[in-house]
Design a protein around this ligand. Structure first.
Ligand code: AMP
Length: 376
């Protein structure tokens, strides 16, 4: 029996616990808000504080990148933390992420860092318009972002950016060229302590208001090779151990990295039904010093996020190849509450099932599903 302590007590820790049970890997989770150690499924408080949980754990890992530095520090000092503080920081600070991508020789959007009004002017001339402005710290799912399309809006956007910069001493804005991409894809892979790498098929992702709504595994050899090369460069430059996700813009068949996530990822949930070994099991295998499991696609699969809803019609369970995964969270508007994996024997059947699924779900709660299914 191995004991893994996960920093973060959300759905990703929960799904790690579900995947770890058959391997006799026991998970406890650190809730960064309450600072309690909790059971990842029941959220029951387990009583021992962080230091005792660190002492009891064989391995410590993380389910998200916005972890207080003091917590990261004591975990790193224990010598049990994987992937590494450096990797977590790269996922949580866009400046470090950009520097890492450049150093690994991986293509990403042209950028500049802004802390002052003068930096903003320099960024406008270096990056050009239109540009996307993102807070360096704390932004995710499209939050903390602005679009500058014309110079008329510089002052109003600067006022908002300044308020954001002033919120914290270490805050800054990363200005990025606007990338005219056709679609967004992501790659999930795992690297273990021996340096072995196992990579899943790419997923094509549809976002709605900055939040992932549909993710579908795709089979495109040329694109897969490009993505795998970039994955390997990033993973090796970090000496990474665990599951790592890379999000890309696809611009006429050429990939640019948008973001990295040093953890299991929402766009990898399809692997629970569509791959030989799911991303959660492979993350645990990697951090527990085990051989990685096969990442082969076993059935063509899409994942549909359930946002702000705590039930779905009974008919969803009657659809062939549909599996609902709830996260056991209290309902809140827009909150990620669960997901539905839809598997089929081929793309035609997958598309037909997704259209049927869109027909039985409330279109107000799943606005992107029907058009996205038709576009597959
Ligand atoms: P992010 O939080 O960086 O993933 O950004 C949220 C969404 O904004 C992305 O999924 C893209 O749809 C869009 N976006 C981000 N950066 C850019 C960019 N440089 N050019 C065009 N669209 C972008």
């Amino acid at each position: 029996m191995k004991h893994v302590l996960v920093l973060g007590a959300g759905q990703l820790a929960r799904m790690m616990a579900l995947a770890g049970a058959p391997l006799n890997i026991k998970i406890s989770a650190f809730d960064v808000n309450s600072e309690d150690i909790v059971h990842p499924l029941t959220l029951e408080v387990l009583g021992n504080g962080l230091q005792q949980a660190i002492d009891l754990a064989d391995v410590i890992t993380a389910e998200f990148e916005h972890i207080p530095l003091a917590v990261l520090d004591i975990c790193e000092k224990s010598g049990k933390f994987l992937p590494s503080t450096q990797a977590i920081k790269a996922g949580g600070d866009r400046r470090i992420e950009k520097a890492l991508l450049d150093q690994a020789g991986v293509k990403n959007a042209k950028y500049a860092i802004i802390r002052s009004r003068q930096d903003f002017d320099t960024a406008i001339s270096h990056v050009g318009l239109p540009m996307v402005l993102k807070s360096a710290l704390g932004g995710y799912d499209g939050k903390g972002q602005w679009r500058l399309k014309s110079l008329d809006n510089v002052e109003s956007i600067w006022a908002e950016m300044l308020a954001c910069i002033e919120q914290s001493e270490n805050q800054a804005i990363v200005a990025e060229e606007f990338v005219p991409f056709q679609r967004e894809v992501s790659l999930i892979g795992a690297r273990n302590q021996q340096g072995d790498i196992a990579i899943y098929p790419l997923a094509e992702n549809v976002h709605t208001d900055g939040v992932l709504t549909l993710s579908t595994a795709i089979d495109e050899t040329e694109l897969q090779q490009q993505a795998a090369k970039m994955f390997t460069a990033v993973a090796e430059s970090l000496d990474y151990v665990g599951v790592l996700a890379l999000e890309f813009f696809d611009v006429n068949g050429a990939l640019l990295v948008n973001e990295i996530a040093p953890r299991v990822h929402n766009s990898g949930h399809w692997t629970q039904q569509g791959a030989d070994t799911c991303q959660f099991e492979n993350h645990l295998r990697a951090v527990c010093n085990m051989p990685l499991g096969s990442t082969q696609l076993t059935r063509t699969t899409s994942m549909v996020n359930i946002l702000g809803e705590d039930c779905v019609p009974e008919a969803v369970h009657q659809l062939p190849g549909c599996h609902v995964h709830w996260y056991g969270k209290e309902k809140r508007a827009g909150r990620k509450m669960g997901h539905i994996n839809v598997s089929a024997s081929d793309n035609t059947e997958l598309k037909a099932t997704l259209i049927k699924l869109a027909d039985v779900l409330d279109p107000a709660a799943f606005p992107a599903l029907k058009p996205a299914a038709h576009a597959l």
